[in-house]
Design a protein around this ligand. Sequence first.
Ligand code: NAD
Ligand code: GLY
Length: 370
Amino acid sequence: MDRTLSLDEKASSPITVDLGDRSYPIHIGRGQLSKVDFGRYIKGQKALIVTNETIAPIYLDMVVSQIPNKTIDVIILPDGEQFKNLDTLNLIFTKLLEQQHDRTTTLIALGGGVVGDMTGFAAASYQRGVSFVQIPTTLLAQVDSSVGGKTGVNHALGKNMLGAFHQPSAVVIDLNTLASLPERQFSAGMTEVIKYGLIADYQFMQWLESNVESLLNRDEAALTYAIERSCINKATIVSADETEQGVRAILNLGHTFGHAIETSQQYKGLLHGEAVSVGIVMAAEMSVLAGHLSMSDVDRIKAILNSFALPLKAPAEMTSSKFLSLMYRDKKVLDGSLRLVLLKSLGEAYMSDDFSLEWLHSTLNNSCRT
Ligand code: NAD
Ligand code: GLY
């Protein structure tokens, strides 16, 4: 895409998600937690920081100390995708009501995508909508979930089935937070980084292929570049299609397959980024059957995912019929018709409802071991 950074260019900071009077900045860099003036984004006297039991001991004090002159309440949620549900969301509402937060309050999401999605949904619905700020602390949340205003929770029968579009008023990405992120979580975030290369930015895909080692070593320059370029890709797509009437759907490459895995495993199995990695391989294999990609393209996709130790095949217990029943509950199903994001080429994705079911069955059978 021509809107992205050229490979030797630095992003002008902050990057902006351009949505008219709801536009907002994405601040990216080392030490942002102590550089950004959070007060600018907290209009009222009160704010509620939403975080979890893993992140709170590491980063909570730092964030609280950056917001003097405001009344800061905190809620610490249990950690895990299996807690991204209405029961946990209700804990946030209870806290807000107990502490008498009114419509001038600001919620602050301090954590990964689970905390961010739930905090955003709480902000979208509390007293019909209050502001919120995203402080994403996983790579996945920094490059994807904190940007774009998709918020929500899971249902036992379907991933992200309850939610709202609600944009944050700022995203603050501090690279220092990645120092404590476990390797498996880092790799899961790389899935979404690689996704941008595949759907819209072939030059970025090539750059990623040449910079695997630096990224695995969390080299500062490489990481900053990958996060900035991912955020620019996402910001551009969201600015063009905030509520997914068209092009935004390509951000879901591999997600319909991946969400089926996560739901089937009751959100306690593969990580989101891992499940999407499997889904990306499946979408790529279907794109071969659709006549767009070659097997060597698929091999390149598998190679880059594999270099971050990401899974390429469905977990052992997944069957084609489990996939199919869950995939037909996906949000991209319209009037009973399944739509999937496929690849026209490396660097160009499209939404398709015009594929042969034989291709789908063959792809599922190829990924499932039984
Ligand atoms: P997560 O929020 O579960 O975080 C992963 C793990 O890392 C958790 O155990 C968390 O406590 C821990 N953690 C977070 N930051 C840490 C840090 N700095 N140091 C040490 N540990 C840390 O998972 P995730 O991968 O960040 O997000 C996945 C979620 O995001 C899924 O629910 C997915 O549906 C959602 N998502 C949403 C969007 C969107 O547009 N809203 C996009 C992509 C994914
Ligand atoms: N992660 C998909 C989207 O933001 O649209």
